[in-house]
Ligand binder design. Structure first.
Ligand code: FMN
Length: 211
């Protein structure tokens, strides 16, 4: 195997200024719908990058659970590593990679917690098993064994046997409020299209970047 021989030509689509919606959220909606229609596996999976106040980055995948003019929402534990980084340095970057469409979207901005009402509504919509899972996981902390985790679920199952499971106070949504969104379309000979929206002076400005 020679990793350096792995090489793809990107030839499927182009992205021109005239294709773009002036509103990046609408542009995202269009690409996201195309990703859904292309039957990709988990098109809402995105890389979330955060950093400590000292600037040490970390990244992981989370699932996009909503987006609109206010931003891009995901749900997580408010005490794990990413949350600790976000609480002390409330900026993040998101990256979507839709390989079959030869597309990438990069989003950057400030991060705010979703409202309790919004987190409650989403938590209620989750399957019972996921709701219990949120309670038992002290996310990002070590645990002695897998058995201990499963035992905690069983204990909780008994406790909430015929009761509604409330949302844990340490679990909920974050919203990335975008100040920059870049749409990347792979092209031949690495001459890719990159269109960057930046929020400035209360409006979105678009510029083309070199590949
Ligand atoms: C496909 C996929 C989807 C995931 N979705 C989420 C999610 O929505 N929320 C979440 O907290 N973790 C999610 N995870 C787990 C995270 O990648 C990560 O392991 C976890 O959030 C702990 O990260 P942290 O220690 O940096 O806080 C997902 C992982 C994968 C591979």
């Amino acid at each position: 195997m020679n990793v350096s021989d792995l090489r793809e030509e990107y030839t499927r689509f182009g992205l021109s200024e005239s294709d773009l919606d002036p509103d990046p959220i609408e542009q995202f909606r269009k690409w996201f719908e195309e990703a859904l229609n292309a039957d990709l596996h988990e098109p809402n999976a995105m890389t979330l990058a955060t950093a400590t106040p000292e600037g040490k980055p970390s990244a992981r995948i989370v699932l996009l659970k909503g987006f609109d003019e206010r931003g891009f929402v995901f749900y997580t534990n408010y005490e794990g590593r990413k949350a600790q980084e976000l609480e002390t340095n409330p900026y993040a970057a998101l990256v979507f990679y839709w390989g079959e469409l030869e597309r990438q979207v990069r989003i950057e901005g400030q991060v705010v917690r979703a409202s309790d009402e919004e987190s409650d509504a989403y938590y209620k919509s989750r399957p019972r098993g996921s709701r219990l899972g949120a309670w038992v996981s002290e996310q990002s902390r070590p645990i002695k064994s897998r058995e201990r985790l499963e035992e905690k679920v069983r204990e909780l199952e008994t406790e909430y046997e015929d009761r509604e499971i409330p949302r844990p106070p340490f679990w909920g949504g974050y919203r990335v409020v975008p100040e920059a969104i870049e749409f990347w379309q792979g092209r031949e000979n690495r001459l890719h299209d990159r269109l960057l929206y930046r929020y400035s002076g209360a409006k979105w400005k678009i510029e083309r970047l070199q590949p």
